[in-house]
Design a protein around this ligand. Structure first.
Ligand code: NAG
Ligand code: NAG
Ligand code: NAG
Length: 362
């Protein structure tokens, strides 16, 4: 009896300890969305289906670094060096600049030096995304918040042509499925899970709206205080990205005509709402009135509606209003939901059940 009581009283604490929190930092919009088409261009490269021989080599063109708005701090090595990385639910590798990087832009970033880590293990396997990034595999201790992931393979980038104007971030931490990991490197989230560091194979993202409160990611569980209402889980329709089936989209009371098999990818490294070009043009011609009177754009996933108001999808950057609707044409009908959507909805990425959970962010 007594033991039982003690056990029960310890339980809530144990659960609380199982939630690993990681602070997100938000940058001001300044200079970030100078040209929305750049994001569409970057995303069309990121999401274009490559030929079969390149499957597994899909990667992250780094040209978008300058536009991503949120980053986290991680450490690599012992005693370790801190890196600012973008959490990217749309890719699956960890990339940081190498001390061996010869590109001028690397001088602007924190660099990984294996010589100064006692837990470094050499690997050396080359990996590259042609024209975008070159590097090789190394292995070291990765610290993400209070999680310590021993023996994580990651990419030391030695050449980064796409990096030029990107000074805000050092690297990328990919959180998508292992099936799209370049060189099939086991992604950090899988490593945490495989090492038994997580109570549950889930992570979640809450994007804050101000530079003083950038939001939070959690690993191993969800944050019940991050949302209102109930979490609704929707199956991932194609594992690879965190992609769900779009059942319908309403703009005001107008139903958009969608191609069969339209998907929506939750992409924490994208800023805008990217969609097929004809739809983006159509929506943007309808916009013009004052923000307060604009119709809602409402997505339907798993039988539930996820609306965005005009004030959500119109970005006011130093007094100038931008529509977040951007056209992107790739070989299949795909919408990329970036920060504009993710600031409004808290999302849970459940690798155990292959679902994405949605709830209204607090
Ligand atoms: C790392 O150590 C090796 C061997 O001592 C040395 O040749 C190399 O220059 C060092 N590299 C850096 C970046 O410190
Ligand atoms: C080098 O890294 C690759 C990719 O993660 C991995 O498959 C391979 O086993 C590693 N080799 C060694 C010797 O650790
Ligand atoms: C996910 O799967 C676990 C079992 O693996 C189950 O306990 C849990 O309820 C599931 N979550 C949802 C939201 O379906």
């Amino acid at each position: 009896m007594l033991l039982n009581a003690i056990f029960l009283s310890l339980l809530p604490l144990a659960f609380a300890a199982g939630l690993h929190r990681l602070k997100l930092y938000k940058l001001p919009y300044r200079g970030i969305i100078s040209d929305p088409h750049l994001e569409a261009l970057y995303l069309s490269q990121k999401y274009a289906t490559r030929s079969a021989d390149k499957v597994g080599h899909r990667g992250v063109p780094l040209a978008d670094f300058m536009k991503a708005q949120y980053f986290v701090r991680i450490r690599l090595g012992s005693p370790g060096r801190s890196f600012k990385v973008i959490l990217d639910t749309g890719s699956s590798n960890l990339w940081v600049p190498s001390v061996k990087c010869t590109s001028v832009v690397c001088y602007l970033h924190a660099k990984y030096n294996s010589n100064s880590s006692t837990t470094y293990e050499a690997n050396g396997t080359a990996l590259s995304i042609p024209g975008l990034i070159d590097g090789f595999v190394s292995n070291d201790l990765l610290s993400i918040g209070d999680l310590k992931i021993a023996h994580q393979d990651f990419a030391e980038a030695t050449k980064k042509p796409g990096f030029v104007r990107a000074q805000s971030f050092d690297g990328i931490l990919g959180l998508a499925y292992d099936s799209i990991s370049v060189r099939h490197i086991i992604p950090p989230f899988y490593s945490m899970n495989n090492a038994g560091l997580l109570d549950k194979p889930v992570f979640s993202v809450r994007l804050g709206s101000s530079e003083t409160e950038g939001g939070e990611a959690t690993f191993g569980g969800i944050d019940d205080t991050a949302f209102t209402g109930q979490l609704e889980y929707v199956p991932v329709c194609r594992t690879g990205y965190w992609e769900v089936e779009v059942e319908g989209i309403l703009f005001g009371d107008m139903e958009l005509e969608l191609e069969d098999g339209t998907g929506a990818v939750l992409d924490t490294a994208a800023s805008l709402i990217n969609m097929p070009t004809d739809i983006a043009e159509m929506l943007n011609t309808q916009i013009g009135a004052t923000v307060a009177t604009l119709p809602e754009l409402s997505f339907s996933f798993g039988g539930k509606a996820y609306p965005l108001k005009g004030e959500d999808y119109i970005l006011n950057i130093r007094g100038i209003c931008f529509s977040a609707f951007t056209g992107m044409d790739i070989d299949r009908p795909l919408w990329i939901l970036g920060d504009v959507f993710l600031r409004k909805y808290y999302t849970v990425y459940d690798l155990g059940n292959n679902t994405v959970g949605f709830a209204r962010s607090k």
